[in-house]
Design a protein around this ligand. Structure first.
Ligand SMILES: [Fe+2]
Length: 340
């Protein structure tokens, strides 16, 4: 990847900006064909449509305003919001790559405090936007992977993402222009929905795996800037696990050392199911529809299976049993993106 924008301070040390990150909120991904991707993520994976824009579909089963943004723009041409705000930056690396990962933070006031620390540390915030239901800051990690740190502004996100056009809700946001709201708006008791006839009924995406150029360097970003807690760093520094303050499961993010430059930024996501019965039901329903899952895991750590999306990105459907961070060290590096 050519783009390298370092989100560390000019002194070269990672400052303790610590965005107040709770958990992985969504993956906004570039897809080659938006309708084909929707047929997969909705019709098979079971994520419900909550809204769309000119280039994207947004999907969620109640966890948040969206777990997936399927971005079919297929170009790095700049896009502009209703008020003329620049919406996209040149981070397009082709279908099957991340536009950005969205990280849910505790509340707007805490996010703005972290924004002030980021300014003090000369960290480059690419854009700051109000999406109608959330305030969001965007920045690159040292590998050029794009991240959004957002604070929800309402529990009533379904009034914004109500199945229709959500493209006009975004406008510019000056984080310092007015007093920031300290109210937490993440929903402690989501109302779960499922997609009729879809073989899988996931609740939410809750984990991502990302290949990085240098695990230690990226830990400095994700921990000191991103505000995730480091749960484990392998002794040989070939992988690490990090987690947000919501402690939803053993980890939100697994960093894997890339084995070649082209692999940097490659990602996978994992969707959590309600319980092991839901995994069994999904496997049986997939079998009835003639879809054979890829890799399966049924061990002390997790029960899960994988599907591959139309752009060849693996998506895991899982239930965690126990967190065992050391176990990945015993897995061949080529298989770690699945075994994480
Ligand atoms: Fe986003």
């Amino acid at each position: 990847m050519a783009m390298t924008i370092d989100a560390t301070s000019k002194s070269g040390t990672a400052p303790s900006v610590r965005f107040p990150t709770r958990r992985l909120g969504h993956a906004n991904i570039y897809v080659s064909d938006r309708d084909r991707a929707f047929a997969f993520y909705n019709g098979i994976c079971g994520f419900d449509m909550v809204g769309h824009s000119k280039s994207s579909y947004f999907l969620s089963n109640g966890n948040s305003h969206h777990d997936f943004g399927l971005n079919g723009s297929g170009t790095n041409e700049p896009r502009y919001g209703a008020d003329g705000t620049l919406k996209s930056v040149a981070n397009y690396r082709g279908p099957g790559t991340l536009n950005h990962l969205g990280w849910e933070t505790a509340n707007q006031a805490a996010l703005v405090e972290a924004y002030r620390r980021a300014l003090d540390a000369d960290i480059r915030i690419q854009r700051s936007l109000y999406h109608g239901g959330s305030h969001a800051l965007y920045l690159f990690d040292p590998d050029g992977v794009y991240h959004e740190f957002y604070a929800d502004a309402t529990l009533e996100w379904r009034k914004i993402f109500s199945g229709g056009d959500a493209s006009s809700v975004t406008e510019g946001w000056d984080p310092l222009a007015q007093p920031a709201d300290p109210t937490p708006y993440w929903d402690p008791k989501p109302v779960w929905v499922a997609v009729d006839k879809a073989p899988i009924a996931p609740r939410r995406i809750s984990r991502a795996v990302v290949y990085v150029s240098d695990v230690v360097k990226l830990i400095a970003f994700y921990r000191d800037v991103g505000g995730l807690d480091l749960m484990y760093l392998a002794r040989d520094k070939s992988y690490a696990y990090l987690r947000g303050s919501a402690r939803q499961s053993g980890f939100d993010l697994c960093l894997l050392e890339a084995e070649h430059a082209d692999q940097v930024g490659t990602y996978g996501v994992a969707a959590e199911l309600a319980d092991e019965d839901a995994v069994s039901r999904a496997e049986a329903a997939l079998a009835r529809t003639g879809i054979a899952p890829g890799r399966r895991f049924d061990d002390a750590r997790k029960r899960s299976f994988f599907l591959t999306d139309p752009d060849q990105v693996p998506i895991e459907f899982f239930v965690e049993r126990t967190a065992d961070y050391e176990a990945l060290g015993r897995v061949d590096s080529a298989l770690r993106r699945y075994a994480a």
